[in-house]
Design a protein around this ligand. Structure first.
Ligand SMILES: NC(=O)N[C@@H](CC(=O)O)C(=O)O
Ligand SMILES: [Zn+2]
Length: 421
């Protein structure tokens, strides 16, 4: 196994120092024979961990595969991603989650941890085999019907009760379906102007409020996917103050973009939950800083050209995000490296109970890390993405920060900004 000496790197933005990687871990000298990487001006972060990635395999390999998505993740500085269950077939059995887990191991670019479906076929009618998925080789601990909301409160309660036995998590896509029928974008001034049916903020907030109460009643763990409104932040703030076992994520796009973009009628801006208002964006940023929102998750949602380059009403919702997440967060938070490491690596690893990721880069810890050049600027070019899909809302936008290298257990997955395989 090659050893690497990363010279003059700024650990979490601190003073320049040398970092030795040998035998898969952060090591101590001597560094004889190690391959030297000149890291002057680069910042080292623990490898990023994404709790919300859509890899599309099995079923929509034309949009993404476990391998192409893993490569996009590594290029984005990630060392672990959690694969959502809305594949075809749905990841609602031990067989499918084991297949995804195995494909991740074969690709070997990031650790791929499957998320299991809460209900059979994501249909919201009957609990899936949560126990069988938990005891499978994939060791599933997070369950989600993401793409759909577990709308039936009785099923949601049963799911929370079921996973309590092994301290599992139900990750909810919070959307009261009766309030979002036919919705095309955020309900507000812009949707009124454009004459598009709106997705009101309360459709998200009502489900979060309900689920927080259910999680409190059961004493189980709830994770709220892609929080998008100021009102949701207030519900979460109160729940956390009461000690409810709830965690929450925000996506990079909800931290940066607003519903005004829908006026272009470019479906690249169509996403669930929809882009909200500037005051929602302000509240989400504040919540991410003060910890009411625990983590950034990409909700990387690749879609084939025919599903995105069509009329707004027919386009599928979702954006790719793995390769731009850190640059977007850097543009929002600035060089607050410790906060970035907390929200994009340590906290997601801790929430998921993922060993070996999100650890401090001290001697003896697994060498899962990424090197970032904060002074670089990049114009996002969709054709340059490693993802099989091109639906990025940042095409032509200049973003700060370039991911120079990523290491998974001491082996480079990215060097000089390029995937090694
Ligand atoms: N976010 C989206 O707009 N789409 C996701 C589903 C989801 O995360 O809700 C997808 O799978 O395409
Ligand atoms: Zn979702």
């Amino acid at each position: 196994m090659t050893a690497y000496l990363i010279k003059g790197v700024r650990l979490l933005g601190g003073d320049p120092a040398d970092l030795l990687i040998a035998d898969g871990v952060i090591a101590e000298g001597p560094a004889d024979g190690a391959e030297v990487i000149d890291a002057e001006g680069l910042v080292a972060l623990p490898g990023l961990v994404d709790l919300h990635t859509h890899l599309r395999e099995p079923g929509r390999e034309d949009a993404e595969t476990v391998e192409t998505g893993s490569r996009a993740a590594a290029l984005g500085g990630y060392t672990a991603v959690f694969a959502m269950a809305n594949t075809s077939p749905v990841a609602d059995t031990a067989g499918v989650v084991e297949q995804v887990w195995r494909l991740g191991r074969e690709a070997g670019l990031v650790d791929v941890q499957p998320i299991g479906a809460v209900t059979v076929g994501l249909a919201g009618k009957q609990l899936a085999e949560l126990g069988a998925m938990a005891t499978s080789a994939a060791n599933v601990r997070i369950f989600s019907d993401d793409g759909f909301c577990v709308a039936d409160p009785r099923l949601m309660r049963r799911a929370l009760e079921y996973v309590k036995a092994f301290d599992g998590i139900i990750a909810q896509h919070a959307e009261e379906p009766r309030l979002t029928e036919g919705a095309q974008m955020h309900e507000g001034e812009v949707s009124t102007r454009l004459g598009l049916t709106g997705w009101p903020a309360v459709a998200e907030e009502a489900i979060i409020a309900r689920d927080v109460l259910l999680a409190e009643h059961v004493g189980s763990r709830l994770h709220v996917c892609h929080v998008s409104t100021a009102g949701s932040v207030e519900v979460l703030r109160q729940a956390k103050a009461r000690g409810v076992r709830v965690t929450a994520e925000v996506t990079p796009h909800h931290l940066l973009l607003t519903d005004e973009l829908a006026a272009s009628y470019d479906p690249v801006y169509k996403v669930n939950p929809p882009l909200r208002t500037a005051s929602d964006v302000r509240a989400l940023r504040q919540a991410l800083v003060d910890g009411v929102i625990d983590i950034v998750a990409t909700d990387h949602a690749p879609h084939a050209v025919e599903d995105k380059e069509c009329e707004w009403a027919y386009a599928r919702p979702g954006m790719v995000g793995l390769e731009t997440a850190l640059p977007v967060v850097l543009s929002v938070l600035g060089e607050q490296w410790d906060l970035i490491a907390e929200r994009m690596s340590r906290a997601p690893a801790r929430i998921a109970g993922l060993a070996g990721h999100g650890t401090d880069l001290t001697v003896g810890s697994p060498a899962n890390l990424t090197l970032v050049d904060p002074s670089a600027r990049r114009v996002v070019d969709p054709s340059g993405l490693a993802s099989r899909s091109r639906n990025t809302p940042y095409a032509g936008t200049t973003l700060p920060g370039r991911i120079v290298a990523t290491f998974l257990r001491g082996e480079p997955t990215v060097l000089d900004g390029k995937a090694v395989k």
